[in-house]
Design a protein around this ligand. Structure first.
Ligand SMILES: Cc1cc2nc3c(=O)[nH]c(=O)nc-3n(C[C@H](O)[C@H](O)[C@H](O)COP(=O)(O)OP(=O)(O)OC[C@H]3O[C@@H](n4cnc5c(N)ncnc54)[C@H](O)[C@@H]3O)c2cc1C
Length: 364
């Protein structure tokens, strides 16, 4: 990224990284943790990597001078699968009955009473004809939220929650190379949206492009989470070029081949305009809580964890509300912040045009 374009962004990011986010202070431990700092030259860019990997870094870091970013020593990653399984087990331990294969197709409403101002939701019906009654229904259907609300005849303007598909690539590294990556930071190029993780215990390195995504796929046509292993060739080419530029040690072909494509996946997002969650009761209906709007950061921020007691801070209640999202969705709103400018920098190109740009061609 070029200094002139992103100085403010970096300044804000460093500030956010060292201080608790406004309004979330009540729950944040006041411990003296290592602070984030700006990285403005190659020496520092290389220095944030483990010593064993440093000699193998590519131009992305070795020719970093003239760019700016930041390193947050508090940053990290979590194992999504195991974390989700732990939450599931904990829910069961606490007495939850988990019912799978239950596709909700309609809501059950209470008989209207004479003094009732709004219809009251008291349960759901599933495709196989079962009925589940509840004091409160939480609709947390990820990227399917918008289409499910349509089906339930409770539509929102489509752009409030927009389902976008992003490409994830995983590589299997040979153990010797994977070992060099031990302790490598999560990297994120704010210009292109490309990010990488440290390989996991099985030597699987995950990377993806956190960008505007694709609108070509309608999640309503993909009822399960088992999306076919698909990657558009362009996105794949882009990621491999970025990987080569960051980590030339990851040879995918030739005599020094030491990594191979493990799988590619579509990563679904339920995007909101300003990337805030939407966690609020559906307007004009009693008893239906909607929890969605993960905007691709739902795992790390834990939508499910936030919801059970609806235990949000006053700041979160405001920015996660329907009122806020409908306001943000109003093009006439002068305070409307576009999601894309947050994601990949104010002047960052759309990933599609980035693929055609000199910057990426230089890496190919
Ligand atoms: C390949 C991939 C990589 C990702 N990488 C990251 C990452 O690195 N970091 C990160 O923070 N996030 C990542 N994400 C995003 C993260 O997974 C989501 O933000 C998160 O799962 C959203 O949580 P959620 O509970 O809102 O929705 P989901 O986890 O999508 O859960 C929605 C659930 O609703 C169910 N459902 C849908 N329709 C119905 C219906 N009609 N009836 C009943 N149930 C229904 C679905 O089956 C699903 O189980 C990734 C996602 C994918 C797919």
């Amino acid at each position: 990224m070029h200094l002139s374009k992103v100085a403010q962004w970096v300044e804000n990011s460093v500030k956010n990284a060292v201080a608790p986010v406004t309004g979330m202070g009540d729950n944040v431990d006041k411990v003296d943790l290592p602070k984030a700092y700006a990285v403005t030259d190659s020496k520092h860019a290389v220095g944030v990597f483990p010593p064993a990997l440093q000699p193998h870094l590519g131009d992305e870091f070795k020719s970093y001078d003239g760019q700016v970013g930041y390193f947050n020593p508090q940053g990290g990653w979590a194992e999504a699968k195991n974390a989700t399984l732990s939450m599931l087990n904990e829910a069961r331990r606490m007495g939850a009955e988990v019912v799978s294969n239950a596709r909700v197709t309609s809501l059950v409403y209470a008989e209207p009473k004479y003094d009732q101002t709004k219809p009251k939701v008291i349960g759901v019906k599933t495709a196989d004809g079962r009925t589940f009654l509840a004091d409160r229904v939480v609709l947390a259907a990820g990227c399917w939220t918008s289409s499910l609300l349509d089906q339930l005849k409770l539509s929102l303007p489509r752009s409030v929650l927009k389902a976008t598909a992003h490409c994830v690539l995983t590589l299997k590294l040979n153990p010797e190379v994977a070992q060099k990556f031990k302790g490598a930071p999560v990297t994120f190029n704010m210009y292109s949206g490309f990010y990488t993780f440290e390989p996991n215990a099985d030597g699987i390195l995950k990377c993806a492009i956190h960008g505007t995504g694709s609108l070509d796929f309608d999640p309503a046509n993909y009822p399960g989470t088992d999306f076919p292993n698909v990657a558009t060739e362009k996105q794949l080419k882009h990621m491999i070029a970025e990987l080569r530029s960051q980590y030339p040690i990851l040879q995918l072909e030739g005599p020094n081949k030491n990594a191979e494509i493990h799988f590619t996946r579509m990563c679904w997002y339920s995007d909101s305009v300003d990337e805030n969650f939407l966690i609020d009761f559906f307007p004009g209906v009693d008893g239906l809580l909607v929890a969605s709007g993960d905007s691709g950061h739902g795992f790390k921020s834990g939508t499910d964890e936030l919801v059970p007691d609806f235990g949000l801070s006053s700041h979160q209640r405001r920015v996660f509300s329907f009122a806020h999202h409908l306001e943000m969705n109003d093009p006439a709103n002068p305070n409307r912040t576009s999601m894309d400018s947050i994601r990949i920098g104010e002047e960052a190109p759309n990933p599609e045009s980035y693929l055609e740009s000199d910057a990426i061609k230089a890496k190919m």
